[in-house]
Ligand binder design. Structure first.
Ligand SMILES: [Zn+2]
Length: 379
């Protein structure tokens, strides 16, 4: 028991101290300019993408509860609403068999996963046809502090999809700060749809002539020399001289490395690139025929009950929201976010809200896994 809790605290400390690191194979994220600039008819309709979660752990007691996968799906849909891409869990699997879009596997490959040597063996344990599903493998943890990685749909070197660690899979409840808004999944899904990191290539591609060819190949993401970490204020860093207008670094971009609560958006040209990619390379995935064949597990009562199992439940603290302050008993960490999910302030036991503009805010108590939306009447 002592050893076990020692191990747990060691793991927590490790995750707490770590920075985001996302290894991706950059070569295969770069599709040809001819492909990228082809004229694709985009009606602007929502594109529906089926995902399957493969939960892999060394023994069944360490499988992630289905409720966490349900919450991860909701987090993906929150972040991709701006792209008009929505994800769903299939009601029918590859052979038409009944499913809720989750599989369960016992294997030592699910513990201490090393992406450098174990990617192929892990994915070979279980995958569903990649032209009909986006595969998401969820492992207990990874070697080398990695929390997730991805391969694009057109990447021929290994199976496309995402690998995530349990600690970042979900949406706040049960996940670990600062990667607790389910945005590692959203970031990795951006790679599956061919997006690069905004800091790719450092300050390459800063002019209108080369912005689509170098760096992240996206013209409306300002240049960024290195990834930013933590939660720097928007506009607070400018590491590359963009032309003709020098703009600050894209610190709130979902394809960067900042904390989950601080990455909130894709740019219009990132959105266009993802949609063009899905409409061409991913056309079988989003086809009406595939959607018809798969069905939607969340529209089925039995699946909804299964997917809600063991959603984390924690004791509720007593919370007092006044016009000038917020108090909680027992004393616990409070974090206040604006409607875009940006962290405004943190404090222990009490937060002063005097001077905050009128509007809706989100209050998070990480200790209790509690998130509450509230209206502040203003100063
Ligand atoms: Zn990445």
């Amino acid at each position: 028991m002592v050893m076990k809790s020692g191990y747990l605290w060691g793991l927590l400390a490790l995750l707490w101290a770590q920075e985001r690191y996302c290894p991706v194979d950059k070569v295969f994220l770069r599709w040809s300019t001819a492909q990228r600039t082809q004229q694709v008819e985009d009606t602007g309709d929502t594109l529906w993408v089926p995902v399957v979660f493969h939960v892999i752990a060394a023994d069944s007691s360490r499988w992630l509860p289905p409720g966490r996968l349900y919450d991860q799906l909701l987090a993906l849909n929150r972040d991709y609403a701006q792209v008009k891409i929505q994800f769903y869990l299939p009601l029918r699997g590859p052979q038409g068999e009944a499913t809720c879009g989750v599989t369960w596997t016992i294997s030592p490959l699910g513990a201490g996963h090393d992406y450098r040597t174990e990617e192929a063996p892990l994915k070979r344990l279980i995958f569903w046809p990649v032209d009909s599903f986006v595969n998401v493998w969820v492992v207990e943890n990874m070697a080398d502090n990695t929390i997730g990685y991805a391969r694009a749909l057109s990447d021929a070197t290994s199976l496309p999809g995402i690998v995530l660690v349990q600690a970042v899979t979900g949406n706040r409840l049960g996940t670990l700060r600062p990667f607790d808004w389910g945005r590692t999944g959203g970031h990795e899904m951006g790679h599956v749809f061919s997006l690069l990191h905004p800091f790719e290539g450092g300050c390459a591609g800063l002019t209108p002539a080369d912005c689509a060819l170098a760096g992240d190949e996206i013209c409306d993401t300002p240049g960024q020399r290195n990834p930013a970490f933590g939660c720097p204020a928007p506009g607070s860093q400018n590491t590359c001289p963009d032309q003709p207008v020098d703009l600050p670094d894209p610190l709130d971009n979902i394809m960067g490395y900042v904390d989950d609560s601080c990455m909130t958006r894709f740019t219009p040209l990132q959105i266009q690139r993802m949609r063009t990619y899905l409409l061409t390379v991913g056309s079988t995935l989003i086809s009406p025929e595939n959607r018809q064949a798969r069905g939607n597990a969340l529209q089925d009562g039995a699946c909804e009950a299964i997917l809600s199992l063991s959603r984390p439940e924690k004791p509720r603290p007593h919370l007092t929201i006044l016009s000038d302050r917020i108090e909680t008993t027992p004393t616990a960490l409070l974090a206040l976010y604006d409607g875009m999910g940006r962290c405004l302030m943190q404090g222990y036991g009490t937060l002063s809200t005097a001077g905050l503009p009128t509007g809706w805010y989100i209050l998070q108590l990480p200790t209790f896994g509690l998130v509450k939306r509230f209206f502040h009447p203003g100063p």
